[in-house]
Ligand binder design. Structure first.
Ligand code: EPZ
Length: 418
């Protein structure tokens, strides 16, 4: 298993181009199934989760070509309605295939994705919506067996929580259902809007996305298209954090600045000066970050849960105490144990974490706990005096393309070692 060796204490400066969004490309790749044609998806990040999604598409019978950041899928040859357990386990978000397989094949057999490092990851909201739209679902022994009874039909779905994955699955099924579906309390993340734009370019009729109520008019037939995936707002926030913790000065390009509006004020509170255009961001960090009074993760347009760990890493060396409340996942503080190994002072109680800034961190051996937790400990390692060895890099590779190359281009001293 390879590890990352980081010699910390260097200031990060320079320019970096951000890749396409993992949490957009995954539902878009799954949704290509319902186009029943050829879709060319641009700006795809090269990630292990994307490779897993491609494997699932190929298993289902699609023909898939990859060239650089373009993935072309011909889903006209799709013929299967199941995803084997080993493929389901490779990617936690394989549940995003559920709606697309049902809409295309009329049935689906999947093993439940099960929990992950962040918690139970239930799919009750997905299943209750699908049942209302005409899908009978047997849920036993860790497998779900779905069958459309008669025809898929539009419904008024009111989500008790604005679940991103459930909103995505409902949009995909509703696009091919008979009649109109209205989703109230829908997720408003930028990745939802990107999926809606992709589906509309395939001939779907979706409106209201990005707002709390989405209306989908089902259509008889969809077709192939060309689509460019939006930039990854969490990758952008990660490079911002690397500059903020090392007192650096970085310029991000190929971003969607509007999607970063929930995180920019928090970086400014740490003392970072930020100048933006629609697609670029210039961040100039103070020598030592200031503490952040309160970071409360919320559904978009609130502060994103995926940026919680990386912002917490910055506050470990801040000149004061910072408070974090994690409202989205029940177990998203595992990175705090690893951050404390650097000498950070963090106390957690349930969904609350209190970070008392210390003057400096010290290099150590740390283990990645989950995707964004691993990014947070790399960010901490960049600032820590001495050498840090990070293990469990498979978490990092799920969500960051060429991470060490990107950080080294900004002046970091880090490399993979066996
Ligand atoms: C998506 O996960 C993202 N993953 C996550 O990013 C992100 O953290 C999350 O949305 C929230 O923004 C992808 O897009 C692939 P949810 P998802 O359904 O769809 C509860 C990363 O690091 N819930 O909005 O699984 C659930 O338990 C990953 O890139 C139910 O109770 O998120 C959680 O507490 C991590 N029942 C909350 O809602 C359900 O049926 C948010 O889940 C579904 C969800």
């Amino acid at each position: 298993m390879s590890k990352m060796k980081i010699n910390g204490g260097r200031v990060l400066n320079g320019e970096i181009a951000i890749h396409g969004a993992k949490n957009s490309v995954l539902p878009v790749l799954a949704a290509t199934l319902i186009s029943n044609g050829v879709c060319e998806i641009h700006n795809c990040p090269r990630l292990s989760d994307v490779a897993a999604a491609v494997e699932i598409l190929k298993y289902l019978g699609c023909r898939v070509w990859s060239e650089g950041s373009v993935i072309t899928i011909d889903s006209s040859t799709a013929s299967k309605n199941d995803i084997p357990d080993e493929l389901m386990r490779e990617m936690r978000s394989s549940i995003s295939f559920l709606g697309a397989i049902i809409a295309r094949m009329g049935s689906a057999k999947l093993s439940l994705p099960g929990g992950c490092e962040l918690g139970a990851r239930p799919i009750d909201l997905h299943l209750s919506a699908l049942r209302r739209m005409g899908v009978s679902i047997e849920d036993k022994f860790g497998c779900i067996d779905c069958e459309v009874e008669g025809t898929l039909h539009g419904e008024h779905i009111s989500l008790s929580f604005p679940s991103v994955g459930a909103t995505e699955n409902i949009m995909v099924v509703a696009s091919a259902a008979k009649g109109t579906t209205v989703i109230t309390n829908a997720a408003r993340e930028p990745e939802i809007s990107d999926l809606a734009r992709f589906l509309n370019s395939c001939g779907a009729k979706i409106s209201g996305y990005g707002e709390g109520t989405i209306v989908i008019e089902g259509v008889e037939k969809l077709h192939g298209t060309v689509h460019r995936v939006i930039p990854d707002r969490i990758e952008a926030a990660t490079y911002m954090a690397a500059a903020a913790i090392t007192g650096g000065n970085v310029r991000l390009t190929n971003i969607s600045t509007h999607d970063l509006s929930p995180v920019i004020p928090v970086f400014e509170e740490t003392g970072c000066g930020i100048i933006t255009t629609d697609s670029t961001l210039l961040l100039k960090a103070p020598k030592r970050p200031h503490s952040v009074q309160l970071v409360r993760t919320m559904p978009h347009p609130g502060f994103p849960t995926d940026a919680q760990a990386i912002v917490m890493a910055i506050t470990t060396i801040a000149d004061g105490t910072s408070l974090f409340v994690e409202n989205i996942f029940e177990n998203r503080f595992k990175h705090t144990w690893e951050l404390c190994r650097f000498g950070a002072s963090i106390k957690t109680e349930g969904r609350i974490a209190v970070v008392e800034g210390v003057p400096e961190l010290f290099g150590t051996q740390v283990n990645s706990t989950d995707l964004r937790g691993s990014a947070a400990i790399v960010v901490a390692g960049l600032a820590a005096e001495g050498t840090t060895i990070v293990s469990g890099l498979h978490h990092l590779d799920r969500g960051y393309e060429d991470f060490e190359r990107g950080m080294c281009s900004l002046g970091a001293d880090m490399k993979r070692i066996d």
